[in-house]
Design a protein around this ligand. Structure first.
Ligand code: NAP
Length: 242
């Protein structure tokens, strides 16, 4: 029987590359989306027309009730959940003194509470099966901190702490939990940067280029296949932070 994976925010950017990789590896994949319904449906159509098993599910993962429904749908459809990729996220650039309570709440609930809810809803199924792999997509900024992105940095550092603590708690149940901390990856999240700004960043990166979504998907593939890595924050950043 095929294994099953859920990818939050799976219809575009890094999430879409992870979905594609998982589908090619033979997984049944549930693509979670919130706003990008058309993209999600298009992906499903493309994959199912080629005989792959893909479902879509709309859920705002910052909300417990919607996460609950996403996980219930997946279990009803596929019975087991083997892989959970907590990828959905938002970013915002603001001076610390300009961050409102609403900005803070929104950032933390989308980037961190979402992973808490997803893990809590999925883990009983994984414990029952005595196996599972959870990957949180965090960020270089959770490790180093980013100026004008304090709330984002805090949320991502929280995701890494969740990874480490949960890995200890779930290791005896055969469940591995890791983070991937990307540097800068070419997606919509960085579309506000102009060519000159990108060039300046590339000048700071030892490998002299920003990353591609496939760089993150390859790391996910490795972490899923690996059997002895847990509680780690893997930096995929071209050496930007060493
Ligand atoms: P992106 O292209 O902006 O995509 C963000 C994804 O998150 C979309 O699929 C979006 O879905 C989903 N999402 C946002 N809020 C959601 C919510 N409330 N519920 C469900 N889905 C939600 O960004 P990306 O670059 O692929 O980022 C993916 C992850 O990598 C994020 O966690 C980000 O923080 C992290 N990351 C990215 C970079 C980078 O340089 N790109 C670097 C470090 C870390 P909808 O469109 O359907 O709303």
């Amino acid at each position: 029987m095929n294994k099953t994976a859920i990818v939050t925010g799976g219809s575009r950017g890094i999430g879409a590359a992870i979905v594609k990789m998982l589908v090619m590896e033979g997984y049944n994949v549930v693509i979670n989306y919130n706003k990008s319904e058309e993209l999600a449906k298009k992906m499903k159509e493309e994959f199912t027309s080629k005989g792959y098993c893909v479902e879509t599910f709309k859920a705002d993962v910052s909300k417990r009730e919607e996460v609950k429904k996403l996980v219930e749908f997946t279990i009803e459809k596929f019975k087991n959940i083997d892989v959970l990729i907590n990828n959905a996220g938002i970013s915002q650039t603001k001076l610390f003194t300009d961050i409102t309570d609403e900005d803070w709440k929104n950032m933390l609930s989308t980037n961190l509470n979402s992973a808490f809810y997803m893990c809590q809803e999925v883990v009983p199924n994984m414990i029952h099966n005595k196996k599972g792999c959870i990957i949180n997509i965090s960020s270089i900024w959770g490790i180093t901190g980013a100026s004008c992105e304090v709330h984002y940095s805090v949320a991502k550092a929280g995701a890494d702490a969740l990874t480490k603590a949960l890995a200890k708690e779930l290791g005896p149940s055969g469940i591995r939990v890791n983070s991937i901390a990307p540097g800068i990856i070419d997606t919509d999240m960085n579309k506000h940067l102009n060519e000159k700004e990108i060039q300046e960043i590339e000048d700071e990166i030892p490998l002299c280029k920003i990353g591609k979504v496939q760089d993150i998907a390859k790391c996910v593939k490795w972490l899923i296949e690996d059997e002895y890595t847990t509680g780690q924050v893997i930096s995929v950043n071209g050496g930007w932070n060493i």
